[in-house]
Design a protein around this ligand. Structure first.
Ligand code: ADP
Ligand code: F6P
Length: 324
């Protein structure tokens, strides 16, 4: 027998991502249209444990679809990884009448949602991260905006790099995942793309390619380096010393996490937010909404967490063919 959900809570957790507001807005407005109440939980699981819970209605999310960041704020909460923290969280949900919860975040946030589900709070997760590193889905909220932001910035660095005939190392986000680096590498025509999943630390190979490309008449050498490899400034110094070419490092940093979401992020995040409420309204729990093979689908949280994915090898190989 499915239990009727009367009040939905929504929170954002982990790193923020452009499009989270579009999801929050869709959750709030879909739920209200279905006759449910909505409560916003501030600052992720940390705010849940502090009972930072506010009533939301249609106007709470007015003028938010185009805003970056998250109007609910976000946080990381070590206390919630403990059994006591999770029990306290479930009790607080019950105290506030929250019988369905939408958690927007990454794998870590899904783990927390799974724990709440086991404690009787119906939960659905939405994939919110600029990193695209959630295995069950081909799309994550914020990735499209982040790559477009980074791409525009890299175009600008490329202009000055060409004018000065320099080598440029541009560091993009992605501590464990190289999707942003790969996409920007292709979009910006980078001569080298260093991915945490692939880079073997062979700097001499890089140096050889830079020298070879210069001999062939290339006016710049753009290296996209993922945050997980890091050390862009010292790498630039070593490359300059070895090649004799002026080499500069630019770290794009948190600008990639902010800004108005792209059309794709607004639309997909909205659809996912609405689907999450539909799942809860059907009495489902312990699910995540995903986008797979061109369709919006949902998976069991544990099944989703057990999935793996890797950088598509063919895309990585193609990126190399396009700059030689
Ligand atoms: P993301 O959701 O982007 O992967 P984190 O890994 O930092 O980000 O996780 C966000 C939050 O989710 C953590 O601060 C913590 O409160 C909660 N969380 C992470 N792992 C677990 C876990 N194993 N059990 C319960 N809660 C977790
Ligand atoms: O997960 C998104 C992300 O921006 C990663 O690319 C990056 O490694 C991490 O978050 C940085 O997180 P923090 O906000 O804790 O510095």
């Amino acid at each position: 027998m499915t239990k009727e959900v009367k009040t939905i809570g929504v929170l954002t957790s982990g790193g923020d991502a452009p499009g989270m507001n579009a999801s929050i807005r869709a959750v709030v407005r879909t739920a209200i249209n279905k006759g449910m109440k909505v409560k916003g939980i501030m600052r992720g699981y940390a705010g849940l444990l502090q009972e930072e819970i506010v009533d939301m209605d249609g106007t709470s999310v007015a003028d938010t679809i185009g805003r970056g960041g998250t109007i609910l704020y976000t946080a990381r909460c070590p206390e919630f990884t403990t059994v006591e923290g999770q029990k306290k969280g479930a009790e607080i949900c019950k105290k506030h009448g929250i019988d369905g919860l939408v958690v927007i975040g990454g794998d870590g946030s899904y783990r927390g949602a799974g724990k709440l589900s086991a404690l009787g709070v119906n939960t659905v997760g939405l994939p919110g991260t600029i990193d695209l590193d959630i295995a069950c889905t081909d799309y994550t909220i914020g990735f499209d905006t982040a790559i477009n932001t980074a791409m525009e910035a890299i175009d600008k660095v490329r202009d000055t790099s060409t004018s000065h005939e320099r080598c440029s190392i541009i560091e993009v986000m992605g501590r464990h995942a190289g999707y942003i680096a790969l996409w920007c590498g292709i979009a910006n025509g980078a001569e080298d793309i260093l991915l945490p999943e692939r880079y073997d630390g062979n700097e001499q190979m890089l140096i050889n390619r830079i020298i070879e490309n210069r001999k062939r008449g290339k006016k710049h050498h753009i290296i996209i380096n993922a945050e997980g490899i890091g050390h862009s400034a010292s790498m630039a110094r070593r490359i300059e010393a070895a090649t004799g070419l002026e080499t500069r490092a630019t770290i794009l940093g948190y600008m990639q996490r902010g800004g108005a979401p792209t059309c794709k992020d607004r639309v997909y995040a909205s659809i996912m937010g609405s689907k999450a409420v539909e799942l809860l309204a059907e009495g489902k729990t312990n699910r995540v909404v995903a986008y797979k093979h061109g369709e919006f689908v949902d998976f069991d949280i544990q099944e989703a967490l057990n999935m793996t994915k890797d950088i598509p090898e063919d895309q990585y190989e193609i990126s190399k063919l396009l700059v030689r």
